[in-house]
Write a protein that binds this ligand. Structure first.
Ligand code: NDP
Length: 433
């Protein structure tokens, strides 16, 4: 703990993985001999740097940025960049650590990394965001590359920010190295279905958890927290599969629309106007807006937390269980607190942890890298089919691994063990590096 003092989210993520690995070390004692656990918890490289930039009035601001290159046993470091005022080393390390196992679960050749900055894009002009991104890349460019480290988006980083970062990288390096970023625009090397992939993938994973019990999404009442990239496309896919999403949120409150959240309105408010979710009522006055309330108090069959870490605590989990919720799948990373996870597991509810349920985003990023490497561009149908197959495979391997280790239906055990064994085998094969 003293090596990583104060990094509470990182401690939480490590604890959650390590507490499931006991049976693996019994079955594979060589992993203990080779000190895989100790090595996997220490990032291979951590970069912290200053990002100075000027706002539209000429005032100078200084932000701090991070890139944690956690593990490259399976491929180049891969993981998003997060721009949010809460960002500090502990958040980036938790995200990078989770990413190792998530990326392994996809079955694709990608290692784990994550980055970000305490920069707040809210209320900034396009020009200010551009100047910030350019300044950040002026340092970060020397650490990334298609064979080294491949960043993407996360909270506060979408195709606008990726565009500015990629543009600056291209300018400094004098190389059109498409594979250095994923989440690019379709006209300049992006993959079809990448924007939708995390949200769609989370719903596919939910569908598989339900199918394993002879059920499906049709007719289900769903809550989705957040109203950003992951939330919007989780809502879209849930509606496609016959469910009704009745509520979604942002950090100020949530909207309840018993007729089902209108996706066109949501996309206009969030993707075009970059407004707050409360604006939904201007278009749909019959809906309700609850400022500051917990979205998890609304009765539902399925809950999809798609906003941020630790947004669903023990009492939220109890409310969901009492109200008859049968499945929870995490579109966000570590949105459920450890107390919340305990409640779900005690209630025997289907609970899909983020590293399995939201792996569709990074999986499609790896498909974007494949398209860039072969200078190809796949159709939406083909890319979505690959995404769906990958999510079904992730579900199957988590389910089967959990059963093999005597805890059928425990997707936390299944995801952690499956991901860990893949990385541990590669690390063992590569010697003590
Ligand atoms: P966006 O920035 O597009 O959206 C984030 C959403 O979450 C917004 O509605 C935001 O509301 C809300 N939110 C952010 N911080 C808080 C907070 N502290 N409390 C309550 N609500 C908050 O991000 P994404 O949709 O890309 O990411 C959402 C989650 O999904 C994150 O956990 C991310 O790590 C994870 N994820 C994302 C992937 C991707 O492909 N984008 C891939 C895998 C996981 P507000 O506007 O009020 O801040």
């Amino acid at each position: 703990l003293h090596r990583n003092a104060g990094e509470t989210e990182f401690h939480q993520a490590v604890h959650e993985v390590l507490e499931t690995l006991g049976p693996v070390l019994v079955k594979y004692p060589e992993f203990a001999d080779k000190k895989i656990i100790q090595r996997i918890c220490e990032p291979e490289r951590q970069i912290i740097f200053r990002v100075p930039w000027q706002d539209d009035k000429g005032e100078i601001h200084i932000n701090r940025a991070f890139r944690v290159e956690f593990n490259s046993a399976l491929g180049p470091y891969k993981g998003g960049m997060r721009f949010h005022p809460s960002v500090y080393l502990g958040i980036i390390k938790f995200l990078g650590f989770e990413q190792i196992f998530k990326n392994a679960l996809t079955g694709l050749p990608i290692g784990g990394g994550k980055g970000g900055s305490d920069f707040d894009p809210k209320g900034k002009s396009d020009d200010e965001v551009m100047r910030f991104c350019q300044s950040l890349i002026t340092e970060l460019y020397r650490h990334i590359g298609e064979y080294t480290d491949v960043p993407a988006g996360d909270i506060g980083v979408g195709s606008r920010e990726i565009g500015y970062m990629f543009g600056q990288y291209k300018r400094i390096t004098n190389r059109y190295e498409s594979g250095v970023f994923t989440g690019k625009g379709l006209d300049w090397g992006g993959s079809r279905a990448r924007t939708e992939a995390t949200g769609y993938g989370t719903v596919y994973f939910t569908q598989e958890m339900l199918k394993a019990q002879g059920d499906d999404m049709e007719g289900k009442r769903v809550l989705v927290s957040g109203s950003g990239n992951v939330a919007i496309y989780a809502i879209e896919k849930a509606h496609d599969l016959g469910a009704t999403v009745v509520a979604c949120s942002d950090s100020s409150g949530f909207v309840l629309d018993e007729k089902g959240i209108d996706l066109e309105t949501l996309k206009r408010i969030k993707e075009v106007e970059r407004q707050r979710i409360s604006n939904y009522l201007e278009y749909h006055p019959h809906a309700k807006y609850i400022s500051g309330g917990s979205i998890w108090s609304v009765p539902c069959d399925i809950a999809l937390p798609c906003a941020t870490q630790n947004e669903l605590n023990g009492s939220d989990a109890k409310m969901l269980v009492q109200n008859g919720c049968i499945a929870v799948a995490e579109g966000a990373n570590m949105p459920t607190t450890p107390e919340g996870v305990q409640v779900f597991q005690a209630a025997n509810l289907r609970y899909g942890p983020g590293k399995a349920a939201n792996a569709g985003g990074v999986a499609t990023s790896a498909l974007e890298m494949q398209q860039n490497a072969s200078r190809d561009s796949w159709t939406s149908e083909y890319t979505q089919r690959r995404l769906r197959e990958i999510m079904v495979d992730i579900h199957t391997s988590c389910y089967e691994t959990a059963s093999e280790f005597g805890c059928e239906g425990n997707y936390v055990m299944g995801a952690n063990i499956t991901g860990f064994i893949k990385v541990a085998r590669a690390m063992t094969a590569m010697g003590v590096i």
